[in-house]
Structure formats: structure tokens, C-alpha cells
Design a protein around this ligand. Structure first.
Ligand SMILES: Nc1nc2c([nH]c(=O)n2[C@@H]2O[C@H](COP(=O)(O)OP(=O)(O)OP(=O)(O)O)[C@@H](O)[C@H]2O)c(=O)[nH]1
Length: 311
């Protein structure tokens, strides 16, 4: 991909504790003036992406970065150039935001973007920002429907907003009944529900989406027609397939040794980070993790963590 005309860019998603993030309007005199973007700019020769990010945030907004973690890398071709945007989540900074280039800025939420137009490369980025930090996955071996629903209710009650129904041991009828009830429950918490593997069931029940298995990544030729589509990945090849299929996010596992997949070799955090270094989609780290591992996962480039135990 890297060619002579590739422009390397570092961009900051400044995030406040309520999950709102900052967009800035490109000032007059720049290409695409008047378009809204994440603060940032071109990486200069000899700079690391993080150094460029710190310099741009100082130059554009007068702030000093205190905490930034790598997030997504998106390559996009404009008529004038191809840009590779390295996005960072910036969650702590020092100083008052000051529009040093006299640019306008606005705090926005993924559910309600009120400014326009946005730079064309950024549309999928905003969709990714709507994904929560924790992805709960139901326990696969559980066949006791009441016990499973109770556990889902607790998980939703604890604030989890993204749930995958993954019940491998249920019969078709049991799974349909279970999924229908779990969906109703999730609706009352405004949570998003994806059904593992079973695309027709997800469509029949009007679930929010489907979570594809690694085997489906090999066999499917097009993205299922659902609102949200996740996929399970374990290596570089599967990550590439998921990207080509156009899914919205992936899980990458197992990061740590896990009881649910006892034979599988764990990736460890370094390998996890290396696999997703230039990846354009949000990645949930999965395998032997607890909510307390979220910060670590983010330092290694994860969007969030996925968990198969109750939360
Ligand atoms: N900062 C930033 N740039 C983006 C975003 N999305 C996106 O496509 N870009 C593109 O990435 C490139 C960044 O260049 P820039 O013009 O902001 O860089 P800069 O601040 O170093 O500007 P300068 O070289 O004109 O002084 C532009 O082609 C811009 O269109 C985004 O969200 N933030």
C-alpha cells in the first residue's frame, strides 16, 4: 500500500468521560476548508505518530497530551493524495482548549452528530465510535434458559450495551425462544444484540446484527444484510478476510489462556498489538480477560474487551 504519494497523518479522538468527542472545522486556506475532522495533521519526517499528535494538538488546540492510546488506522484515497490516518484515543490532556487556528470546534456524540459536512474518510470512524468498550458474550454451554436469562439481565443491569448470544448447546427451538426473550430484555436496556453465526435467525428476530465465526469468514462472499456485523478472528489471515467482507468490528483471541478454549495457544499482548497495528476496524481483545484489563487492552490498540463470563 505504501507508495511515494502516501501521506501519513496522526489524528486525535479527544474523548470526555461521557463519551463525547471533539470535532474541529478545517480553517480557510486548507484543502477541504469548512469540513469537520478530528484534530491532527501530517506526520513530519523523523517524527513518530505520537510525537506528531502531540505537536498538532499543541499547535491547533494549545493542549498537552497526557494519555493517548492507538485505535484505528484507515487508508483513504482523495483525488489529490492517499492518506493513512492513524487515529488515537486521547482521554487525558492538560490545558484549556484554544482554537489557535481560529477554527470552530464542537463536542459530539456518535448517536447524534450535529455538524456537517464531515471529511469523507471519517464516516466509518464515527460508526466505530458508537461501539461500547465492553462486549459481553453469553456462556456457550449453558442450556438452562432461566439461569442464562438471569445472567444476561445482571450483565445488562451492570451497564453492558453490546451483547452476543452464543449458545452452542441449545436446540433450534430453544435458541429461538431464548434469543427472542433475550432481545426483549436487551431492548429495555437500550442494548445492542448480535446473534452468533445464525444469520437467518438474526434476520427473522430483527436482532441488531450477527457475529460471524472464523469458518464463516472463509465461506461467505458478501456481508450479511444486518445493521451490525462482528467476526471472530485469531490470526492475520482472518483479520484480512473480515476487513474484505466489510464487517464493523472483530474480536481477536485468545489473548490470554482461557478455560473455554483450553488447547489454543494464547497470543499475548505483544502479538495482539502487532497483528492489529495497521488495522482499520475496532478490535475487541478476547480470552481470559476481566473488566480490569480494559486499560491494558487499550494500550495495545484494542477498542475494548470481550468477555464470556458474567459481568
Ligand atoms: N487532521 C485530520 N486529517 C484528516 C482527517 N480525515 C482525513 O481524511 N484527513 C486528511 O488527512 C490530511 C491531513 O492533513 P492536514 O492538512 O490536516 O495536515 P496539517 O495540519 O499538517 O496541514 P498543513 O500541512 O496544511 O499545514 C488531509 O488530507 C485531510 O483531508 C481527520 O479526521 N483529521
Amino acid at each position: 500500500m505504501a507508495g511515494p504519494s502516501l501521506v501519513e497523518v496522526a489524528a486525535a479522538v479527544l474523548i470526555r468521560p461521557d463519551d463525547s468527542f471533539l470535532l474541529a472545522c478545517r480553517p480557510d486556506g486548507k484543502p477541504y476548508a469548512g469540513y469537520w475532522e478530528f484534530p491532527g495533521g501530517k506526520i513530519e519526517t523523523g517524527e513518530s505518530p505520537l510525537q506528531a499528535l502531540a505537536r498538532e494538538l499543541d499547535e491547533e488546540l494549545g493542549i498537552t497530551v497526557r494519555q493517548a492510546t492507538p485505535w484505528l488506522t484507515r487508508t483513504f484515497s482523495y483525488p489529490h493524495a492517499t492518506v493513512r490516518l492513524r487515529f488515537y484515543r486521547v482521554t487525558d490532556w492538560h490545558g484549556e482548549l484554544t482554537p489557535r487556528e481560529r477554527q470552530q470546534f464542537a463536542w459530539q456524540t456518535a448517536e447524534n452528530i450535529t455538524v456537517s459536512p464531515l471529511l469523507p474518510a471519517n464516516t466509518p470512524i464515527l460508526r466505530s465510535l458508537a461501539l461500547p468498550s465492553i462486549y459481553a458474550v453469553t456462556r456457550t454451554v449453558e442450556t438452562d434458559i432461566e439461569a442464562s436469562l438471569l445472567s444476561i439481565g445482571q450483565t445488562l443491569g451492570n451497564g453492558v450495551k453490546l451483547l452476543q448470544i452464543r449458545q452452542k448447546a441449545m436446540s433450534h427451538d430453544q435458541l429461538e425462544h431464548f434469543s427472542r426473550t433475550a432481545l426483549q430484555l436487551a431492548r429495555s436496556y437500550q442494548a445492542t444484540v448480535l446473534i452468533n453465526e445464525n444469520i437467518p435467525l438474526a434476520q427473522t428476530l430483527q436482532a441488531d446484527g450477527v457475529h460471524l465465526t472464523a469458518a464463516q469468514l472463509r465461506s461467505l462472499h458478501s456481508r450479511p444484510a444486518v445493521n451490525w456485523c462482528g467476526a471472530s478472528c485469531h490470526n492475520e489471515q482472518e483479520l484480512q478476510r473480515a476487513e474484505r467482507l466489510g464487517v464493523d468490528f472483530v474480536t481477536l483471541s485468545p489473548v490470554q489462556p482461557t478455560l473455554s478454549h483450553p488447547g489454543a495457544a494464547a497470543l499475548g499482548w505483544k502479538e495482539f498489538a502487532a497483528l492489529i497495528r495497521d488495522y482499520p476496524l475496532p478490535v475487541y481483545a478476547l480470552g481470559g480477560l476481566l473488566p480490569a484489563d480494559l486499560e491494558t487492552a487499550r494500550e495495545y490498540g484494542a477498542h475494548g474487551i470481550a468477555m464470556m463470563r458474567s459481568i
